[in-house]
Design a protein around this ligand. Structure first.
Ligand code: SF4
Length: 470
């Protein structure tokens, strides 16, 4: 098994989807590398989308991602409003500057959605073809594996190329074994392994940077108003809730907001509403093609910030150490699902997105609440156990309904799971985290294809888009 860093799982992303936006974007950037030596001979191009990428690609921004990637933009370093402006412009003029220099006509068949063809290797497949002046061509097929990871037929996991860590943890039982042997906490074990790739100060800085980015996304989500993009015309709710809860008082920035929140009403109902509000804020930004922290996917990127924001504001003494521990533990749990099951809804339904993020957040919250390694894994197990079988059925192919609210639900289940685990004798647990990960993967394989990010069943087939438009 490949070694995976926690920062491969929790990282900077762009909405609305890690598998349908970020993965295709990475694939386009990879194809540019093949194309560059012959860029000035380029005559035309075609991109073919298959399976789930075709079926929900329009609502998930796959066409946008492919074109922006081919232009040579890297979403990690560009303002998302600028990227959207560039996209609108190239759609208007019907021209694309490949790698920022080679102009091609953006013909109607530049991107082809093959709705009826699913690749036998993976439901998220896309092929790039480039045609040159001398009538030769090159092509490359990519698979988008969820969480922004991609692969090719030649290189099964081309986004991962890491040297093996000293204490490889491929299963929950490995984590428990190393913690028991060396008398380490889980964050101490993770720090040892992450030091294969980063110094301790870099590990800490990266965690705190991700927390800063989560706060920025929440703050934007609390302040942005209007409808989300797409045919559903979904009205943003986080800003309304924020105004309602803060009674309209003017607050300058997230730090001032935090100070207000820490002194506010801490009734169960109010805290519960804030947690939902944090999750909605993040996922509305994600649905609006904004910058988010992918964790482990974009559809589920509100769960971890919502639970961390809850801990930061409503639990005693949550400082930098706890924030670092939270992100390390959350990421480590995500690696177990990535290695032994899937974090792709096209492979496993929403249990692979919201279920995994909830398990990650539950473990992380249990850790900073003082849980033992066994209790931390138990929290992750409980959270996933109660997401088993959750299907993916986004209405109109948009990452909005049920996705946005589902993040609030994932956050609440994570908190409940952590609270159960912290008062439990984990040695008495009948179901281990490894058991539940295996069960999730079996359930994923048994799940009907139509519930795997196709928008052909479930809510997607029962909500009339025309009705909503009226
Ligand atoms: S239903 Fe779940 S898995 Fe499917 S797009 Fe929405 S958040 Fe992602």
């Amino acid at each position: 098994m490949n070694s995976i860093s926690v920062f491969d799982i929790i990282k900077i992303g762009v909405g609305p989807s890690s598998s349908h936006t970020m993965g295709p974007w990475h694939a386009a950037m990879e194809f540019l590398k093949l194309l560059r030596p012959r860029l000035n001979e380029l005559k035309s191009m075609q991109v073919s989308l298959y399976g789930s990428l075709a079926k929900t690609g329009k609502g998930h921004g796959t066409d946008y991602a492919v074109l922006m990637g081919l232009c040579g933009y890297d979403y990690r370093y560009k303002d998302t409003n600028y990227l959207l402006e560039q996209y609108d412009q190239l759609i208007q003029i019907k021209k694309i500057l490949i790698d920022g220099s080679m102009s091609l006509d953006l013909t109607d068949d530049f991107i082809v959605f093959h709705y009826d063809i699913t690749h036998e290797i993976h439901p998220n497949a896309l092929k790039f073809e480039a045609f040159f002046d001398d009538d030769t061509s090159i092509n490359q097929l990519y698979f988008s594996l969820g969480g922004g990871f991609i692969s090719t037929l030649e290189s099964p996991e081309s986004t991962l190329n890491r040297s093996t860590s000293e204490f490889p943890c491929h299963h929950g039982k490995d984590i428990l074994k190393f913690c028991d042997t060396f008398k380490w906490t889980i964050p101490e074990l993770i720090r040892h392994n992450e030091s294969t790739w980063l110094s301790q100060s870099e590990i800490e800085a990266q965690c705190l940077y991700l927390w800063e980015e989560m706060k920025k996304t929440i703050w934007r989500g609390l302040n942005n108003t209007g409808n989300l993009p797409g045919i559903l015309k979904v009205k943003r709710r986080a800003s309304d809730l924020y105004q309602q809860f803060t009674k309209g008082i003017k607050i300058a920035d997230f730090d001032e907001f935090s100070a207000v929140l820490k002194l506010s009403d801490k009734s169960f109902a109010q805290v519960n509403q804030w947690i939902s509000c944090f999750a909605l804020a993040v996922n509305e930004e994600n649905a609006a093609y904004g910058r988010v922290v992918t964790s482990p996917t974009n559809g589920a990127c509100g769960v971890i910030p919502a639970v961390l924001c809850y801990a930061y504001h409503f639990l005693p003494q949550i400082g930098e150490k706890e924030i670092i521990d939270f992100i390390l533990v959350a990421g480590e749990i995500g690696t177990l699902f990535k290695k032994n099951a899937t974090i792709s809804a096209a492979m496993g339904g929403c249990q692979a997105e919201i279920g995994v993020s909830s398990a990650m957040a539950a473990a992380a919250l249990c850790q900073i609440s003082g849980g033992s390694p066994a209790q931390v894994l138990m929290a992750a197990e409980i959270a996933m156990e109660h997401h088993l079988g959750l299907t993916c059925d986004p209405v109109a192919g948009l990452v909005q309904i049920p996705c946005i609210e589902r993040n609030s639900m994932g956050a609440m289940k994570a908190i409940t799971a952590a609270n159960i685990a912290i008062v439990s004798d984990a040695s008495q647990a009948k179901v281990s985290l490894d058991n539940v990960i295996n069960t999730m993967w079996q359930t994923a394989q048994d799940m009907s294809l139509k519930y795997k990010e196709t928008s052909e069943a479930g809510l997607a087939s029962n909500i009339s888009v025309n009705l909503i438009e009226c």
